[in-house]
Design a protein around this ligand. Structure first.
Ligand SMILES: [Zn+2]
Length: 254
């Protein structure tokens, strides 16, 4: 009698090991990918930035900066940690850029990045939105620029007195002082780190802005600043100008 072959069993065992390896490799890839899609290359530096922002001078961008022929000027002073398209938790995709100055709330000025018409709705504590009738990159469409967190933890606003609640459609030139960077989140027990959130919001087609909190309603800010601000293109580096830097004359002191 022929001895029973062990081959099929061995093969089954081998298949098991192979599929385990495949599962490990695939899940490893996704863990790796989600790790880097969080931009840990930047965020791992955050504690060190908070303790000594001056160490980050090389990646600290300045107000009024144009990178090459960028349509928008940089609206404040700071290091960009959060990019457009970055995962900020399950089902939350970041709609703009987060710029951190490393100072205290109410100190770092925030300026308009481009000419437009400013609105601050009656309930808005820390936010203004500026309508740009002709998108400089797609002149036939209207876009909106959104600036937020300009208040302290308790909701004391840092928005310029020029723009009280209920301001509608006031023309502002690029370089107009809008307010100061803050850390208001709406929850005094859970403030954000001090930063400016800036985003470009789509128009709804009838002259109003869409809901800014939804990623699909926002636009990649990269070409407006000539900086790599799309998380998919820049998983870990701090965005800096890789071309010629000029400054718009906003009359700021050096
Ligand atoms: Zn943000």
């Amino acid at each position: 009698m022929k001895p029973i072959s062990l081959k099929p069993k061995k093969r089954g065992c081998l298949l098991g090991i192979l599929s385990a390896i495949v599962v490990i490799v695939i899940s490893g890839y996704f863990i790796y990918k989600s790790f880097f899609s969080q931009g840990y290359g930047r965020w791992t530096d955050y504690p060190s930035f908070i303790s000594d922002p001056e160490k980050f001078d090389a990646v600290m961008l300045k107000p009024g900066m144009h990178c090459d022929d960028s349509p928008f000027a940089f609206p404040t002073t700071g290091v960009i940690f959060g990019l457009w398209g970055q995962s900020y938790g399950i089902r939350t995709i970041h709609t703009g850029i987060d710029i951190f100055s490393g100072t205290e709330p109410g100190i770092t000025p925030v300026y308009a990045a481009y000419d437009g018409y400013l609105t601050r709705e009656s309930g808005w504590i820390s936010t203004v939105i500026v309508r740009i009738p002709n998108d400089p990159l797609e002149p036939n469409r209207q876009i909106w620029t959104y600036y937020t967190h300009m208040a302290d933890v308790e909701g004391n606003s840092f928005i310029s007195d020029e723009f009280p609640k209920g301001t509608y459609e006031v023309f502002v030139e690029s370089g107009t002082l809008l307010g100061y960077m803050g850390n208001y989140s709406g929850d005094p027990l859970n403030p954000t780190g001090l930063h400016l959130h800036f985003s470009i919001v789509k128009d709804d087609g009838t002259g109003s802005f869409l809901n800014e909190t939804l990623f699909k309603n926002t636009i990649d800010p990269s070409p407006y600043f000539n900086l790599t601000l799309n998380q998919n293109d820049n998983p870990g580096d701090f965005p800096v100008c890789e071309s010629t830097i000029t400054y718009e004359d906003w009359g700021l002191e050096e």
